[in-house]
Design a protein around this ligand. Structure first.
Ligand code: C5P
Length: 230
């Protein structure tokens, strides 16, 4: 299990100062829409300057026609990030096209597919996808696995079933982690590190429970200690 810290602070300066305080740890940094649209590639470079070994997950959730997605995937590979994601509902042709195009890159980034956005409740999800979240998440995961992706973004509660339907090695990255049962905020289905470990989660994503702490460094240390004990 590898910790992924969500850099969701309101400015590049605040995110970089959080990264600076965490530079001695072997962790992933999640760069999202807001941050990337505002701060772009120089922000990624600034993170790498703080610690060249930080692993970067670019959370842009690509969704377009296959060729456009593959073009974007290539640009992402050129930036030198370590992981990015696409929407599984873009479908098998998009998945194949992206993976084929990336095969030309020696150290290609890992590619994950978003199964179901956690903001959906069952009713709204079914209105679009005509299946339950669990059922569709598993179907999307199988599709991603069969088309060569490395894993999926899902909730902790779907991680085990997805691994059973695909492979133990198929990666699961799960937001909504409250390492020691902290405040859930707006997340609906939260899980502790302990539960994430039981469910085979590879990358627990933690935002607020770290950056809202007065001492984020101490919090990360506590988390890493627990992970080391698994
Ligand atoms: O602060 P918190 O730990 O809830 O942050 C979770 C992070 O994971 C946020 O950046 C959020 O946008 C992201 N995320 C999520 N649910 C998804 C996909 C991404 O919470 N399905």
């Amino acid at each position: 299990m590898e910790l992924c810290v969500a850099l969701d602070l309101p400015s590049a300066e605040e995110n970089l100062s959080l990264a600076e305080s965490l530079k001695s740890y072997d962790i992933w940094m999640k760069v999202g829409f807001r941050s990337y649209i505002r701060d772009g590639k120089p922000f990624i470079e600034a993170l790498k300057k703080i610690n060249p070994d930080f692993k970067i997950f670019l959370d842009l959730k690509l969704y377009d026609i296959p060729n456009t997605m593959a073009d974007a995937a290539e640009e992402i590979a050129k930036i030198g990030v370590d992981m990015f994601n696409i929407h599984a509902s873009a479908g098998p042709v998009a998945m194949k096209t992206v993976m084929e195009r990336l095969s030309a890159y020696k150290n290609r980034p890992l590619v994950l597919a978003v199964t179901a956005l956690t903001s959906f409740d069952e009713e709204n999800f079914q209105a679009i996808y005509e299946k339950s979240i669990d059922e569709k998440a598993e179907q999307f995961a199988k599709m991603s696995y069969e088309n060569g992706l490395d894993g999926v973004v899902c909730s902790t509660f779907e991680s085990r079933a997805i691994k059973e339907a695909t492979s133990e090695k198929f990666l699961t990255l799960c937001p909504g982690i409250r390492p020691f049962g902290e405040d859930a905020g707006d997340q609906q289905r939260v899980a502790t590190l302990e539960l994430a470990n039981q469910e085979g989660v590879d990358y627990p994503v933690v935002g607020r429970p770290i950056y809202k702490e007065s001492n984020p460094q101490a919090k990360v240390e506590q988390i890493l200690e627990v992970i080391a004990g698994f």
